[in-house]
Design a protein around this ligand. Structure first.
Ligand SMILES: [Zn+2]
Length: 383
């Protein structure tokens, strides 16, 4: 075998082992050898490389295990490098530090009217959040593997368009990288994605199946596969569901967002306050009214559920998903909303409510950094 081939093979195998540990932790070397088909000696050597770089930790034999042949339990190293997540919402900037196992070590939330100014102002407002997160990471003696950024919009050719923020064709990656340089932080990866794609990844990393679809969002309504290898994320909120329906700020007509979006649902329920993201407010006014069985709120819920189910007709025809996870703000509407959507959709499709909270997108943003380290650990080790 050529030297290059051996190197490429090692890169592949170390990623394979890392991925299995990420997915199935805690797991033993014997188990890894069985699942990968590699020899135990090869697995031990790959694991040694990962533990040496503090990407994987051996918890040792299970307490109480009979002596003899102790089986180490391998996990992603909770004391290894960390990932930073940042999220831009219309009224806030959220930040989080995750360890490799996905556990939050610190959170920051800054109220800021991101939608009021342009993108440069909004991103500059993230500087104190970034500084605090980096200070926390440094104080804890952690290396930062990168910064993931979630935004309530879509990313196309590296440029962000976010209707709730009034952003069009924004080089968000470049703006965040400039903020990092202003903080004297150099050479860090910045990964930008829509909040829906990020929340879908958070769902996957929390244990949901790879072939499920995620539907939801806090600021927008989007659709994304849970599979971290897929980069597709659809802006379902601006799929037309009503012919000659209400005009939409996107330029379209009868968009789903006009029936199931936060302001539209609040207006339909007769609420003066449309509410803000649950990160700031906890529960939305509409969700509270739904629980109280307020007739106006229930009408708005049913109108939204019908529009959403209608938008899913095309999705079903195109992607034939078996299971959809309803997340974000729509999950906050609870079992009543899920039930209404299922009732309209009919059988053949399972709809589940996400168990993640309103921080799913910011955690998923940091999760993308972790996913990148897991997918190519040698790049981190060699970098
Ligand atoms: Zn629209």
């Amino acid at each position: 075998m050529e030297a290059m081939d051996a190197q490429a093979m090692r890169r592949h195998n170390v990623a394979l082992v890392m991925e299995l540990i990420a997915r199935d932790a805690p797991v033993s070397r014997v188990e890894l050898a069985r699942r990968t088909g590699l020899t135990k000696a090869t697995v031990s050597s790959l694991v040694a490389e990962l533990t040496g770089a503090e990407l994987v930790r051996d918890l040792g034999p299970e307490p109480g295990r009979a002596p003899g042949r102790p089986a180490g339990r391998l996990v992603l190293d909770p004391y290894g490098p960390v990932a930073l997540g940042l999220q831009f919402g219309s009224g806030h900037i959220a930040g989080v530090i995750l360890d490799l196992s996905g556990r939050p070590l610190a959170r920051r939330l800054r109220r800021f009217d991101v939608a009021a100014g342009g993108a440069p102002d909004g991103v500059r407002a993230a500087r104190p959040v970034l500084r605090q997160l980096f200070d926390e990471a440094t104080t804890a003696g952690r290396l930062v593997a990168g910064v993931g950024v979630a935004v309530g919009g879509t990313v196309s050719h590296g440029l962000v368009s976010a209707l709730p923020l009034g952003w069009h064709g924004v080089d968000l990656r470049g703006l965040v990288a400039a903020e990092l340089r202003a903080l004297d932080l150099h050479g860090l990866d910045v990964l930008v994605a829509g909040e829906v794609a990020c929340a879908a990844l958070a769902e996957y990393q929390a244990g949901a199946a790879r072939d499920w679809l995620y539907l939801g969002g806090e600021e927008v309504i989007g659709l994304a596969p849970l599979n971290p290898a897929a980069s597709l994320a659809g802006d379902l909120g601006h799929v037309p569901v009503r012919r000659r329906g209400e005009p939409c700020p996107c330029g379209g007509r009868g968009c789903l967002d006009r029936y199931a979006g936060r302001p539209a649902m609040a207006a339909a329920a007769g609420l003066a306050d449309a509410g803000v993201t649950r990160l700031l407010a906890g529960e939305e006014p509409l969700a509270v009214r739904v629980r109280e069985q307020d007739p106006g709120a229930l009408r708005a819920l049913h109108r939204a559920s019908e529009a959403l189910a209608d938008a899913l007709i095309g999705v079903r025809a195109l992607l034939a998903p078996e299971t959809i996870v309803l997340g974000g703000r729509l999950a906050g509407l609870g079992e009543a909303f899920r039930h209404a959507v299922v009732g309209r959709l009919g059988s053949g499709l399972t709809v589940r409510l996400s168990r993640l909270g309103p921080d799913a997108a910011v955690r998923g943003a940091a999760g993308r950094v972790i996913a990148r380290v897991v997918a190519d650990p040698l790049a981190w080790i060699e970098g």
